[in-house]
Design a protein around this ligand. Structure first.
Ligand code: ATP
Length: 345
């Protein structure tokens, strides 16, 4: 099923939590909503789910108005960060719940319900836990059961709000890969909220980057990483070096030093963004910037160095391969290999 969100505005009092949001989700896509805390991700998800209503705008499922339908009539499954499974029900009964409360007309027989629950528990690879109670499960197992429960009614849309947010880093990483594989198998149109860029980059087909109630960029993980559309996206996704520069007549200056790089369309006070690994370290005279190595650490195949620039005014942290070891006190030059300049202070 496709989802179309048009010009959604949502205010809480005088505060605009969503400020003109437009979004199209293709059938079978797995889309991540990524943004810092308070950017409006959950509010947008709740509006799509039918748990909240916008002040203006449209939500369409397969071209049909969804806003006239309540949450129960939208055929949407949800998983939240703290999805309370029913504590007094076994895993089996938790997954069966949505099927047991379906309207009589479409309700399955007991045998069909048992078969469906078995199928779902197989899908999330937890059939061996069917008789346990939620308190006897790990956090990761609970979220997988919550997902099986959300899928029981065969929703046309699956909405996940930080489903792995409460789990430790290792389990999160496993579940991300697991979700990706599961989605390839079931192919239900899904929206996944996260504030973790690595999670979005790893799981999603496309990423929607949000800030302050607006969409900053929509693109594939490769697009948003390689071609960030704004200073916000550049600094939110990936680790960036940010240097204040001044652009006059096409020339980019850091303090008094003219840098031999292309200004693009920026004019006046601007910011130069370079990923840490895109700053090439060379001998003095080879690059646009010159500085002194202050500290070096090694992380597996890379060395991370703090380099003082601009007569010691500015410290940047770069990642370089270890084939040419850097030492504290070395005079070096830096040349941005890939970079972006965005106008503004
Ligand atoms: P997080 O990652 O912290 O969950 P989010 O991007 O999901 O953040 P939302 O929960 O959508 O952000 O909230 C967006 C803004 O709207 C926040 O500033 C929040 O305080 C505000 N907000 C959300 N719900 C309400 C409400 N019921 N009443 C008043 N303000 C609200």
């Amino acid at each position: 099923m496709t989802i179309e969100v048009k010009n959604i505005v949502k205010q809480f009092g005088s505060f605009k939590a969503l400020d003109g949001v437009d979004l199209k989700v293709a059938d079978g896509e797995l889309l991540a909503l990524l943004g810092p805390s308070g950017s409006g991700k959950t509010t947008l998800l709740r509006i799509i789910a039918g748990l909240d209503w916008p002040d203006a705008g449209e939500v369409k499922f397969d071209g049909q108005d969804a806003l006239t339908r309540g949450a129960g009539e939208r055929n949407v499954g949800f998983v939240f960060q703290h999805y309370a499974l029913f504590r007094h029900m076994s895993v089996f009964e938790n997954v069966a719940f949505g099927l047991r409360v379906q309207p009589r007309k479409i309700r399955k027989t007991e045998a069909q319900i048992r078969a469906r629950v078995k199928e779902l528990l197989d899908l999330v690879q937890l059939d061996w836990l069917a008789d346990r109670y939620p308190s006897q499960l790990s956090g990761g197992q609970r979220q997988r059961i919550a997902l099986a429960r959300a899928l029981a009614i065969e929703p046309r849309i699956l909405l996940l709000d930080e489903p792995f947010g409460a789990l430790d880093a290792k389990v999160r990483k496993e579940l991300r890969q697991w979700l990706r594989t599961l989605h390839e198998e079931i192919h239900v149109t899904s929206i996944f909220v996260t504030h973790d860029q690595e999670e979005a980059l790893e799981v999603a087909n496309r990423i929607v980057v949000m800030d302050k109630g607006k969409i900053e960029q929509i693109g594939t993980p490769g697009d948003v990483y390689d071609n960030p559309a704004s200073a916000f996206v550049h600094s939110f996704i990936g680790e960036s070096i940010v240097l204040p520069v001044d652009v006059r007549e096409g020339q980019v200056k850091l303090g008094a030093r003219a840098l031999n790089i292309d200004a693009g369309s920026a004019v006046g006070p601007s910011k130069l963004f370079v990923r840490r690994h895109d700053m090439h370290v060379g001998a003095v005279g080879e690059g646009a910037l010159e500085g002194t190595v202050r500290r070096v650490r090694t992380f597996g195949p890379i060395q991370r160095a703090d380099i003082a620039l601009n007569g010691d005014d500015t410290l940047v942290e770069i990642d370089a391969p270890r084939d040419r070891p850097l030492t504290t006190g070395d005079a070096v030059s830096l040349q941005p290999r890939r970079y972006r300049i965005f106008a503004g202070q």
